[in-house]
Design a protein around this ligand. Structure first.
Ligand code: NAI
Ligand code: MG
Length: 359
């Protein structure tokens, strides 16, 4: 299979984890006789330093000409005091908007060998397997106006929570599609007791549900969802929610299964060009030391192989390789609890060795 993959390393450990993930993908390419073309683009702080903008047009072009996009992470203290337009996160919001990446998927799955890494008790998390589907291009993060105002003669500020019917419908359809291939249960999270956008959301969820008679729909208020994620995470299959609720709940959910360094994500687009990135950020505190855990990035690449290229077997090989390394007891520093650890590059080498022996 011939595919072009756009690579946006970004900043900090984004560069390190993406670099070794490319090595792992090259091992997949060789072992399974595919041809992957890699095209690099600048984004985030690095792009600001080199081009004066967090998302150069050239980067958008590189992405649009590719079959899938892999992103490391952006940001760092160096750019924290920049004006809003020159912040690395602008690059991230920009690429989401430009590629119309409207659905952010975060699978939350427990790894048997990491059951004791979670802040939650083993029995609560053993067997957790759900996916958070977060709306990514609407809501408060993009609504206008978003600015400083004068209210009653005082300084104030306004942000706008706004959704169109079509924006809500497509994300809910994505969630139902996913649920119909899983355990057939959708939890739609909102704040319908307070917000009009949530009441519209609920209405549309009910309408979409009629097209999926074998999928059960439940509605849950976001504050209750925050509690249930901790109290009974196993009850969930597919959670679907708007942008800001999804931002908060998906970070909360990621803590159920342990380290940030383990968690991949996919952002799906209406055009079929999807973007894959780890959940974690650029981790400036450990950048440049070759100690970051590349698993989240590698598992994001596995999601790419599955969702964008339909390479289910290759995706499984990568996921199994991650599991095998964990079971062998070899850990990067974030999981080693102060004990012996392996480097970012060594972990990738372990995974490559397993790929080379796979079917
Ligand atoms: P972070 O996710 O970068 O780091 C949080 C903590 O987890 C740090 O102690 C870090 O060392 C650790 N960590 C994260 N990923 C790890 C990995 N793969 N292996 C081992 N340890 C890992 O979040 P933080 O510190 O809040 O943000 C740092 C920068 O990253 C900020 O500039 C922030 O804006 C940016 N950021 C970017 C994101 C993106 O590009 N998608 C997402 C989140 C934050
Ligand atoms: Mg977040």
């Amino acid at each position: 299979m011939e595919k072009t993959i756009a690579l946006l390393p970004g900043d900090g450990i984004g560069k390190e984890v993406l670099k070794v993930t490319v090595d792992v993908l090259k091992a997949i390419e060789e072992h399974f006789h595919h041809q992957f073309q890699f095209q690099y683009g600048l984004i985030g702080g690095d792009a600001i330093d080199q081009t004066g903008t967090p998302l150069p047009d050239e980067t958008v072009e590189i992405c649009k000409n590719a079959d899938a996009v892999l992103l490391g992470a952006v940001g760092g203290p160096k750019w924290d005091s920049n004006p809003p337009a020159l912040r690395p996160e602008k690059g991230l919001l920009g690429i989401r908007k430009q590629l119309d990446l409207y659905a952010n998927l975060r699978p939350i799955i427990t790894f048997q060998s990491l059951l004791d890494e979670s802040a939650l008790k083993r029995e609560y998390i053993d067997g957790v397997d759900f996916i958070v589907v977060r709306e990514l291009t609407g809501g408060l993060y993009f609504g206008e106006p978003s600015e400083r105002i004068t209210k009653d003669g005082e300084e104030g500020a306004v942000d706008t929570l706004i959704y169109k019917r079509s924006e809500i419908k497509r994300i809910i359809v994505s969630a139902f599609e996913m649920a119909s291939k899983r355990r057939k249960h959708v939890t739609s999270v909102d704040k319908a007791n307070v917000l009009e956008t949530s009441r519209l959301w609920r209405e549309i969820a009910e309408e979409v549900a009629k097209d999926y008679p074998d999928v059960t729909l439940e509605h849950m208020l976001v504050d209750n969802a925050a509690m249930q994620l901790i109290n009974a995470p196993k009850r969930f299959d597919v959670i679907v929610t708007e942008n800001m609720f999804g931002d908060i709940l998906s970070d909360e959910a990621s803590m159920i299964t342990g380290s940030l360094g383990m968690l991949p994500s996919a952002s799906l687009s209406s055009t079929g060009l999807h973007l894959y990135e780890p959940v974690h950020g650029s981790a400036p505190d450990i950048a440049g030391q070759n100690i970051a855990n590349p698993t989240a990035m590698i598992l994001s690449a596995a999601m790419m192989l599955r969702h964008s290229f339909d390479l289910e077997n290759e995706a499984k090989v990568l996921e199994d390789a991650v599991n095998q390394v964990l079971q062998s007891g070899k850990r990067t520093a974030d999981l080693a609890k102060g004990g012996p650890s392996i480097s970012t590059e060594q972990l990738a080498e372990e995974i490559k060795a397993i790929i080379a022996k796979s079917q």
